[in-house]
Design a protein around this ligand. Structure first.
Ligand code: A3P
Length: 272
């Protein structure tokens, strides 16, 4: 026996839990789970499987960085730790807190047509209410008040990307953000992942052979080490109905916020 073997098996393997070097900050319903799972295909990446909600939930934040680190996967030196919590993007207290943890952290923001995102957001809330046997209102009623878009509707506010990003840009320089096109990730994941690898200074390891289009699901699923994995049924579910008239109003309402967002990120998207 060696009397000095106080080290645990984890330090023997040199694996350790480390704070994230990369955070997927949002947007909610933008494809954050797909992006996380797809990045996890990379051998140099390990991800926190569950959403951590450290910076946005007071009860968690009070537990401090040791608690946050304990939520992270074990990694080898040189591996990148990634966590995703879509609630970070729209929570005002989060950017400074993230900066306090690590001012050099890299931030991934996956966006999607904000009108589609709103409908997806509503659909998720509706689903939760139905499973808990709670009452619900149709989307048209929540979105339109006396013939006009209701600016107080929370899911609408979460689609005003420029407002939230402006707060993040008060804290972090633009170079620390990479914007992923969530609509493009749905259509064809590989090109978006190649761009993300480049941003993260990772050697290109994710390949088109890691994805196959699942005709039953109507989405791409993942292939790695012989395993076949689709995201669960809560990802890519049919959207709740919204009248054409209300959808048009929504698109018109979003035109200006979208333009402001495009200016902020120096790139445009073909949104409604
Ligand atoms: P919908 O359910 O509205 O289609 P998040 O993980 O941030 O909640 O995002 C959920 C969205 O991810 C889904 O929204 C879906 O469109 C999108 N998504 C992107 N790639 C996907 C994939 N390969 N499989 C399933 N959903 C995917």
């Amino acid at each position: 026996y060696s009397s000095s073997s106080s080290s645990s098996s984890s330090t023997y393997n040199a694996t350790q839990q480390r704070l994230p070097g990369v955070i997927i900050i949002g947007v909610r319903k933008g494809g954050t789970r797909a992006l996380l799972e797809m990045l996890n295909l990379h051998p140099n990446v390990e991800v926190a499987k569950a959403e951590v909600h450290y910076f946005n939930v007071e009860e968690h934040y009070r537990r401090g960085l040791a608690w946050y680190r304990a939520q992270m996967p074990f990694t080898l030196p040189g591996q990148l730790t990634v966590e995703k919590t879509p609630g970070y993007f729209a929570a005002p207290q989060v950017p400074l807190r993230v900066w306090d943890m690590n001012p050099a952290v890299r931030l991934l923001l996956i966006v999607r047509d904000p009108a589609e995102r709103l409908v997806s957001d509503y659909t998720q809330v509706l689903h939760n209410r139905l499973t808990r046997h709670k009452p619900y209102q149709p989307l048209d009623e929540l979105l339109i008040h006396k013939g006009h878009i209701d600016p107080g509707y929370k899911a609408l506010q979460r689609s005003l990307y420029h407002q939230h990003l402006a707060r993040w840009l008060e804290v972090f320089p633009r170079e620390q953000f990479h914007v992923v096109d969530g609509d493009a990730l749905i259509r064809d994941p590989f090109p978006e992942l190649r761009k993300a690898e480049r941003f993260l200074d990772l050697p290109p390891r994710i390949s088109p052979s890691n994805f196959y289009y699942n005709t039953t699901k109507g989405f791409y699923c993942l292939l790695s080490a012989g395993h076949d994995k689709c995201l669960d049924e809560s990802k890519g579910r049919p959207h709740a109905p919204l009248s054409t008239q209300a959808f048009k109003k929504l698109c018109r309402y979003l035109r200006k916020p979208n333009k402001l967002f495009f200016e902020m990120v120096g790139r445009s998207f073909s949104w409604c």
